[in-house]
Design a protein around this ligand. Structure first.
Ligand code: AMP
Ligand code: FES
Ligand code: ZN
Ligand code: ZN
Length: 330
């Protein structure tokens, strides 16, 4: 970065953004991030000024940054953290989230899976013999929805960024999964008893969000989830990054042009795909069966003794996890 100047003010730059073909100083990087979030909100009708917003925060850079940006833009935004019980990873994630909220006097709701529902993600993975992310994703979605409805929030915000969305799109496209493609959109309106859900970071990259956090002095969980190491999602991100290096801007156009041009074409299919919904016999959430997927999971995996993280990891993920633990202890 030595010698390069900010595109806006010509002061020394702190970051180069090849897809904008420009460099930025700290102040104008923040301005760019705010503007991209404002544009996403406006283009897709994500938030109204008086909305009560619930931000799902994991303690990672993206969700802390989106919470910070929304508060900065004047939204009334509270946080929700879900304790997934993934060993030290969850402990540190919680500490970062809690510290962020406390330092800014923001309201944070905490739900602990084991304390409140009798299981955690590693145990669910072991008992169901499925990849951890499946019980994890299912539990998070359910708890975000519940918390939003019970708390009277208008909308749930997640920190999914451009890299996340482009990687999911890449996977869906490789399989031509029309069903998933038709539902991949940065806004899900409130419907059938589910709250509205939005992704205001859809126009911003991981690198930009890391820079936002550094400039704003936000300490975040830098580790990836140990259960995700080696999964396809990360491989798709690497593949897109390789293309991006050759041809800056292609990641953004891949995803943003999909949203503009393809999503409207696929929209009819997603409406047609919604089946008959009624209330879960146990928790009252909308579901197509008698009991919702969350309640079925909970009945199946609740009450088992906690399974340590390393017991559900295999191959590369397990080696990486054990090496990391050794590094941390030695
Ligand atoms: P991930 O599925 O881990 O990529 O996370 C996507 C988004 O889900 C994050 O940006 C957060 O908004 C939200 N999220 C992930 N993990 C948690 C958690 N433990 N508690 C609350 N929100 C979370
Ligand atoms: Fe869900 Fe890793 S955060 S399995
Ligand atoms: Zn500048
Ligand atoms: Zn239920």
């Amino acid at each position: 970065m030595s010698g390069s100047k900010c595109r806006v003010c010509k002061e020394p730059a702190i970051i180069d953004l090849p897809r904008h073909n420009a460099n930025f100083c700290a102040e104008h990087l923040l301005q760019l991030c705010r503007r991209q979030v404002e544009k996403a909100i406006k283009d897709h009708d994500m938030l109204a000024p008086d909305d009560r917003v619930l931000v799902a925060v994991s303690g990672g850079k993206d969700s802390l940054a989106v919470w910070d940006i929304l508060v900065d833009l004047g939204y009334h935004a509270d946080g929700l953290y879900v304790g997934l019980g993934i060993g030290e990873y969850s402990d540190t994630s919680y500490e970062h989230t809690q510290a962020f909220a406390a330092e800014r006097g923001l309201s944070l709701q905490v739900i602990d899976l084991r304390a409140e529902y009798g299981y955690d993600v590693p145990t669910a993975a072991k008992v169901t013999r499925r990849v951890p992310c499946s019980a994890c994703g299912l539990s998070k979605r359910h708890l975000f929805d519940r918390a939003a409805l019970d708390g009277g929030y208008d909308v749930v915000v997640t920190g999914h960024n451009l890299d996340d969305e482009a990687a999911v799109l890449f996977g869906n496209t490789l399989r031509w999964d029309v069903e998933y493609l038709s539902r991949q959109y940065p806004v899900l309106p409130a419907r059938h008893g589910f709250p509205k859900k939005v992704k205001p970071l859809m126009r911003l990259t991981e690198r930009e969000m890391a820079a936002w956090c550094i400039v704003r002095g936000i300490d975040y969980q830098v580790e990836e989830c140990p259960m995700a190491i080696g999964n396809k999602h990360l491989a798709y991100k690497d593949a897109l990054n390789a293309i991006e290096r050759q041809s800056p801007g292609s990641k953004a156009s891949f995803y943003l042009e999909f949203v503009d041009k393809m999503a409207p074409i696929l929209a009819d299919r997603s409406q047609a795909a919604t089946g008959d919904l009624h209330r879960c016999a146990i928790c009252g959430s909308p579901t197509t069966g008698d009991e919702c997927a969350f309640c079925r999971l909970r009945e199946r995996v609740g009450g088992h003794d906690p399974v340590p993280v390393e017991l559900v990891l295999h191959g590369k993920a397990r080696r990486a996890y054990l090496a990391g633990r050794q590094g941390a202890e030695g």
